[in-house]
Design a protein around this ligand. Structure first.
Ligand SMILES: *Cc1c(COP(=O)(O)O)cnc(C)c1O
Length: 403
C-alpha cells in the first residue's frame, strides 16, 4: 500500500480545451461577463432543456436570487432538508424567511410525507436537494406544491447531468411538470466546475428577468448592452441588487466542462457500480440506492456503516482509510448540529430524527471521472480490511447464536 500514490477525495477533470479557452479569454481583452458567459448560458439552457438560464458566481447566489425573485421574504416559511450544505439554509435566512426542516427518507432525500406535515399557512416554498446526485421524487413534490399552492426551488448543486422521467434536472417550459427555479453549482468538487460558479434555470420569463437585474447591482436590463461593442456608458440602478455575475474566464472553463458532463457521469456511474457490487456483500456497509425513474449524477458515493456491527466509529474508520492513503469525507453534518442555527426551533434535531440517526454512519468515498478501476479496487480493499479488523465481538456472538 505504502508505495502507491494516495487517492485524493476529489480530483477535478480539467483538460487542454479548458486551458486553451481560458488563455484565449485572457488574450481577448474581455475578462468579465460577456460573450463566453452568454454562450455558456445558451449551451446550458439547451443541455437541460429550459427556456431561461442565468450564470452566476455560485449556487448560493443562484438560490438567493431565486428566492428573492419569487417574492419570498420575511414571514414566509420554506421547507427544506437537514442533509445539505449550509448554503441551502443560509440563502433562505438571507431573504428574511424561515427555513423549516422536514426529515429525509432512507435514500437521503426529503421524505415527502414529512414535508406535508410541515406545511403551515405561512409556507411559501419547498426547497429540495438532490442528495449526492440522486433525483428527489419530484412528482410527489410537484403534486404537494400544486395542492397547497407552493413554489418549488430545486437545489441541484449535485444534480447537473441527472435525469428524472426522461428529462434532465432543470428542464422546464416543455409542457411537463416543472419547478419555479433550479440552482446548480460549479464549485471545484461538483459534477462540472468553473472553479467557483453557478447557474439558475427557470421556465418563467419574469423571474429570469428579475434575477438578471439583481445579479448585477440591480442595473436595468437594457444596460446589459454595455457589455457589447455598441455598449453605452448610461445605465440606471432600478433596484438595490447584488454582485453575482460569472466572469468570461470562468465561463471559458464551463463551456468545455459542460460538453464533457455526460462522459463524466458515465465514468462515475461505472465506478459507482463497481463500488456497490463488492461493497454490498459486506454486512457492515449499506450502499447507495440506484434510481428507477431516472439517472443518478453520482456527485458523491455515500455509504452508511452499520456501526452496531463494528468496534470502531465512523470517525475512526475515516482515519484508518487515511492510513491507507485514501481521502474520505462526510456529507453532510446535519443542519441542526451547526452552532449558528442552535436558536432556531424550525431547524431543531427533533424535526429530523432519521437524518440525525444516519449522520454518525455516513462516509463519502472518493469518486471522480479520472479515477481508475484499480484505484476504486484499492478503496474497496481498504474498506474490506478495515471492517474485517474491527468486526465487533458482540456480532460474532450474535451470529453464532443464530447458527
Ligand atoms: C455545494 C453546495 C451548494 C453551494 O454551492 P456553491 O456553488 O459553492 O455556492 C449548495 N447546496 C448544496 C447541496 C451543495 O452541495
Amino acid at each position: 500500500m505504502q508505495d502507491k500514490a494516495d487517492i485524493s477525495f476529489h480530483v477535478p477533470s480539467i483538460g487542454e480545451e479548458e486551458i486553451a479557452e481560458v488563455v484565449d479569454t485572457l488574450r481577448s481583452g474581455w475578462l468579465t461577463t460577456g460573450r463566453r458567459t452568454e454562450q455558456f448560458e445558451r449551451e446550458f439552457r439547451e443541455y437541460v432543456g429550459a427556456p431561461h438560464a442565468l450564470a452566476v458566481n455560485s449556487c448560493t447566489a443562484a438560490l438567493h436570487l431565486a428566492l428573492i425573485s419569487l417574492g419570498i421574504g420575511s414571514g414566509d416559511e420554506v421547507i427544506t432538508t437537514p442533509l445539505t450544505f449550509c448554503a441551502t439554509v443560509n440563502a433562505i435566512l438571507h431573504v428574511g424567511a424561515t427555513p423549516v426542516l422536514a426529515d429525509i427518507g432512507p435514500d437521503g432525500n426529503l421524505d415527502v410525507r414529512s414535508v406535508e406535515e410541515r406545511i403551515t399557512r405561512r409556507t411559501r416554498a419547498i426547497l429540495p436537494v438532490h442528495f449526492a446526485g440522486l433525483p428527489c421524487r419530484m412528482d410527489a413534490i410537484w403534486d404537494l406544491a400544486r395542492r397547497y399552492g407552493l413554489q418549488v426551488i430545486e437545489d441541484a448543486a449535485h444534480a447537473a447531468g441527472a435525469t428524472y422521467d426522461g428529462r434532465r434536472i432543470g428542464a422546464s417550459g416543455d409542457g411537463g411538470p416543472e419547478s419555479d427555479a433550479v440552482a446548480f453549482s460549479f464549485y471545484a468538487t461538483k459534477n462540472i466546475t468553473t472553479g467557483e460558479g453557478g447557474m439558475v434555470t427557470t421556465p418563467r420569463a419574469d423571474i429570469a428577468q428579475r434575477m438578471r437585474i439583481l445579479c448585477l447591482h440591480g442595473i436595468s436590463a437594457d444596460a446589459w448592452k454595455r457589455y457589447s461593442v455598441k455598449g453605452n456608458w448610461k445605465y440606471s440602478v432600478v433596484e438595490c441588487g447584488w454582485k453575482y455575475n460569472l466572469s468570461d474566464i470562468q465561463s471559458a472553463i464551463g463551456i468545455h466542462q459542460l460538453r464533457k458532463l455526460d462522459s463524466f457521469t458515465q465514468a462515475k456511474t461505472a465506478l459507482a457500480r463497481r463500488y456497490s457490487e463488492r461493497l454490498c456483500r459486506l454486512d457492515e456497509v449499506e450502499t447507495p440506492a440506484e434510481f428507477a425513474r431516472g439517472t443518478h449524477a453520482w456527485h458523491l458515493y455515500c455509504i452508511r456503516l452499520r456501526t452496531e456491527l463494528l468496534s470502531i466509529d465512523r470517525d475512526e474508520f475515516i482515519l484508518e482509510l487515511r492510513e491507507y492513503g485514501i481521502g474520505a469525507s462526510v456529507h453532510f453534518i446535519p443542519i441542526p448540529l451547526h452552532p449558528a442555527y442552535a436558536g432556531i426551533c424550525s431547524l431543531s434535531a427533533d424535526l429530523c430524527p432519521r437524518a440525525m440517526e444516519m449522520y454518525p454512519r455516513l462516509v463519502t468515498l472518493p469518486l471522480y471521472p479520472s479515477m481508475t478501476e484499480s484505484q476504486a479496487d484499492r478503496v474497496i480493499d481498504a474498506v474490506e480490511m478495515i471492517l474485517t479488523r474491527h468486526r465487533s465481538h458482540s456480532r460474532v456472538r450474535v451470529s453464532s447464536i443464530a447458527v
